[in-house]
Design a protein around this ligand. Structure first.
Ligand code: SDX
Length: 436
């Protein structure tokens, strides 16, 4: 029996149970705190608050460890494929050969959108951001499968999961083609997951895209590395929506919207914009780093820092190797990579970053790989969303499969006006609200 935590509030002592995770992480269970003491906890940004117990992904931020269902990310990046990793995350075990075959076949059977979805693409302006298209088209596609929505039986869940994993790729490729005024390219059943995505993105009606193994492997590894990351902003959003018993497509669409932000998945696009600005300005990165350290400037070294990792993000280490290997094999020398490497070296030896334990994260080098493949910058966060889809689905499943699951509904500390009364419009005076 774990020893309870003791909390003294206004001279009264309360006991709260403690929980210990598989790897020894400790937590204080405050679910009875308000009933006992009328007090709640307050934790802006949830930096110290666990929203759930989860068996999917383990991160040790201090030691730079990341494991999916107990398997180290380094082993999965080297030995697995994105489809196999997706199965592991959703169903908890690496698939047998037969299970893998059935899962792959299900992805193939579900790779096409309903043909009427094409008309939705017509409605978007060419300038529409692909993340806006992706989130709306995920919900739009669910309208074609009303029988699937809102059900929790496992067979229907399996079809929804396959449909989402497969079609997120098709929607992404179609939105790219539409944005360039190009005819859409349909998936080919004989192609594997990542091959098919590259085919739908870059083939022409008269000429198939040449699938170079090193390019396919690099992108498949990017998908693996993005597949899950415990309770990050977008995954917590998916769990929040799932907790109201909304359907899987609605939860995934909400995850896409949360991921879009430049502090989260939008950082990979922001890193490349940052490196391009630095390159065009003739700066070698040192001027930018000085600005990123300056509290008066709003600049941040994008792709650096992490809420959990206070060590090198293990994914960034792997992506940097994939980046070097791919650019060498394609014989590409990208000045942005040289700038990024120099900035990393400078920052890792600068007290400002060292004291705050700011290291490169998953987004710092991933954009260089996507540039080398020919994926446009505005599609980078969509690539992140394709990779993260299995993680969102596995977290959705963990919420809906939990018979004790409750709707997520945090409390607050109210700091607004005390009670006051309605004033007729002719008696009102304009008040200037003091900014906080
Ligand atoms: C992802 O959560 C996940 O797991 C996310 C993710 C996933 O796989 O889902 O890993 C993917 O979102 C990676 C992060 C991508 N975002 C960026 O690269 C944007 C740049 N990074 C930062 O904005 C920031 O580091 C965050 C948002 C990632 C983390 O923010 P926190 O934990 O809220 O930290 P903070 O803003 O409180 O910063 C602490 C200090 C501050 O300085 P002081 O006030 O203490 O003096 O560090 C400074 C910050 O100013 N700081 C930075 C910085 N990041 C933090 N200063 C300059 N450049 C930066 N990048």
């Amino acid at each position: 029996m774990k020893k309870p935590a003791k909390l003294d509030i206004d001279g009264k002592e309360y006991e709260l149970p403690t929980v210990v995770g598989t790897e020894g992480e400790k937590g204080v269970d405050v679910s009875s705190l308000r009933a006992q003491s009328q007090c709640i906890t307050l934790d802006e940004g949830y930096a110290n608050t666990g929203s759930c117990k989860s068996a999917i992904t383990y991160i040790d931020g201090e030691r730079g460890i990341l494991r999916y269902r107990g398997i180290p990310i380094e082993e999965l990046a080297e030995k697995s494929s994105f489809v196999e990793t997706a199965y592991l995350l959703i169903y908890g075990e690496l698939p047998t050969r037969a299970q893998f075959r059935d899962f792959s076949n299900s992805l193939t059977e579900n790779e096409n959108l309903h043909e009427d979805m094409k008309y939705h693409f017509e409605g978007f302006p060419y300038t529409a951001h692909p993340m806006a298209i992706l989130s709306s088209m995920i919900n739009a596609s669910s309208c074609f499968y009303p029988g699937l929505m809102g059900t929790r039986d496992s067979q229907r869940f399996d079809v929804q999961a396959s449909r989402l994993i497969s079609q997120v790729r098709t929607i992404a490729a179609f939105s790219y083609r539409k944005s360039r005024g190009l005819p859409i390219i349909y998936p080919k059943p004989l192609y594997k997951y990542t091959e098919n995505f590259l085919h739908m993105m870059f083939s022409d009606v008269y000429l198939d895209y040449e699938l170079k193994p090193e390019v396919v492997r690099a992108l498949d590894t990017i998908f693996i590395l993005h597949a899950d990351h415990e309770q990050n902003c977008s995954t917590s959003t998916v769990r929040m929506v799932a907790s109201s018993q909304a359907n899987l497509f609605a939860s995934a669409a909400a995850g896409v919207c949360a991921l879009w932000g430049p502090l989260h998945g939008g950082a990979n696009q922001a890193v490349i914009s940052m490196l391009e600005d630095i390159h065009e300005s003739g700066d070698d990165g040192s001027r930018f780093i000085a600005a990123a350290k300056d509290k008066k400037s709003s600049k941040r070294l994008m792709g650096f820092g992490h809420r959990v990792y206070k060590n090198y993000d293990p994914r960034a280490r792997i992506i940097k190797k994939v980046c070097d290997r791919l650019l060498n094999s394609l014989n590409i020398s990208d000045p942005l990579l040289d700038i990024a490497k120099k900035m990393e070296e400078t920052a890792l030896n600068d007290d400002y970053f060292v004291e705050r334990k700011l290291y490169p994260n998953v987004d710092f080098y991933s954009g260089i790989i996507m540039r080398a493949i020919g994926i446009p910058t505005e599609m980078f966060t969509v690539i992140f969303a394709i990779g993260r889809m299995p993680g969102w689905i596995s977290n959705y499943k963990e919420v809906v499969d939990n018979p004790r699951s409750r709707i997520y509904r945090p409390r607050q500390i109210y700091v607004g006006e005390k009670e006051r009364h309605y004033v007729p419009v002719d008696e009102r005076t304009a008040k200037v609200k003091k900014s906080r």
